[in-house]
Design a binder for this molecule. Structure first.
Ligand SMILES: Cc1cc2nc3c(=O)[nH]c(=O)nc-3n(C[C@H](O)[C@H](O)[C@H](O)COP(=O)(O)O)c2cc1C
Length: 342
């Protein structure tokens, strides 16, 4: 299937319920400690932060979804405008089509809609074998992005083509790219999570941040096994992966990089729990895509609701700001604890 056709089909399939994991991200097993006798008012709760020097009104980023086609441009434009209005991070989907065909770069130019946001470009780890750091950096400069995220997606690639090769070179290529690139490099999964072992390996590189992108939200394995009519793979691997809460805890334990928690983040309490577990930002993908279909205002409304819920969550545990939030104690239930003991 051609890259552009696949991109548009990804959007359509991602909006269907069957793209979502049945298993959860285990955030329900993270319990926060309620404080009934607080000594400040809700309006004193502050959620602003900085990430790589850029301002965020709440610690939230829309994770990479799409890019490179006319259809994707419309979705991304609505998301970019809302992210600018609400001062949160915005990420573009893989730059592959833009690298393959120079004429497609116009579908990645969003800086004019989001002049002040932390803007991420994105590329697959397998693509690092084909393109030099200079070529990728040129693309990132041309679209005026602040950073580049590199996605690891072994499970997804194998759903597209079980004969795919090149995985053994991924780590070396990421290491080299992070050394050569002029931009901060973020490594992310696409919904199957980062393990302790993977995070430990990445800790030895110049990669600046890790997005856990764990199980419990959108499953790319489900999306691609549907697109490529691999019904059996969907049954076998459709629930495979590390739950986001476990992945964030493992990543925190294994490395000292900045952390983004994504994969099934669906409300402000999930964002709050992400930060208590040690993440610097939380991220959403499909919830933003669903609202982008309706328009920019719908994306804005979603961000407003998440902000309100985050503030209430922080207030309920007596955290006035993100610094205080990061020091709050938490309780892990049994299943999640088992993951972190591994
Ligand atoms: C349609 C679609 C396309 C995506 N494309 C990319 C991509 O190009 N690069 C990437 O790193 N992640 C990509 N992702 C993965 C998301 O960034 C995110 O990790 C995943 O959807 C989990 O978040 P969610 O549960 O909030 O949807 C994509 C997700 C969707 C739904």
């Amino acid at each position: 299937m051609k890259t552009e056709k696949r991109k548009d089909k990804h959007i359509k399939t991602a909006l269907k319920k069957e793209s979502q994991f049945k298993k959860t991200n285990l955030f329900e097993e993270v319990e926060l400690i309620y404080n009934a006798l607080t000594d400040f008012e809700l309006n004193k709760v502050k959620t602003s932060t900085k990430f790589f020097g850029k301002k965020f009104s709440i610690p939230l980023s829309v994770r990479p979804i799409t890019g490179g086609t006319e259809k994707s441009f419309k979705f991304n434009k609505n998301i970019a405008l809302a992210c600018e209005k609400k001062t949160i991070g915005f990420s573009l989907g893989s730059m592959r089509t833009g690298l393959e065909k120079k004429s497609k770069i116009k579908y990645f130019k969003f800086r004019k809609f989001a002049p002040s946001v932390f803007l991420e470009a994105n590329i697959g780890a397998l693509e690092l074998q084909k393109y030099s750091a200079e070529k990728i950096d040129d693309f990132v400069s041309e679209i005026k992005a602040d950073a580049v995220s590199v996605h690891l997606n072994i499970a997804q690639e194998l759903m597209q083509n079980p004969k795919t090769k090149g995985f053994s070179k991924q780590f070396g290529n990421i290491k080299k790219f992070a050394e050569k690139s002029c931009f901060p490099v973020i490594v992310k999964e696409v919904g199957n999570g980062i393990s302790f072992e993977t995070a430990k390996k990445l800790n030895k590189t110049k990669v600046k941040a890790i997005d856990a992108a764990g199980r419990g939200g959108t499953s790319f394995v489900r999306i691609d096994s549907i697109l490529y009519s691999r019904k059996r793979f969907k049954e076998t691997f459709g629930e495979f992966g590390i739950p986001t809460a476990a992945s964030v805890l493992m990543t925190k334990k294994a490395c000292n990089k900045k952390i983004i928690a994504s994969g099934g983040i669906r409300n402000g309490l999930d964002i709050c729990k992400s930060l208590v577990l040690g993440a610097d930002l939380a991220g959403i993908a499909v919830p933003a895509l669903q609202q982008a279909k309706k328009g920019e205002k719908s994306v804005e409304k979603l961000i407003e609701v998440l902000e309100q819920e985050l503030k209430i969550s922080m207030f309920l545990i007596s955290a006035k700001n993100l610094k205080e939030l990061g020091k709050k104690k938490f309780v892990l239930q049994k299943n999640l604890q088992k993951w972190t003991d591994t």
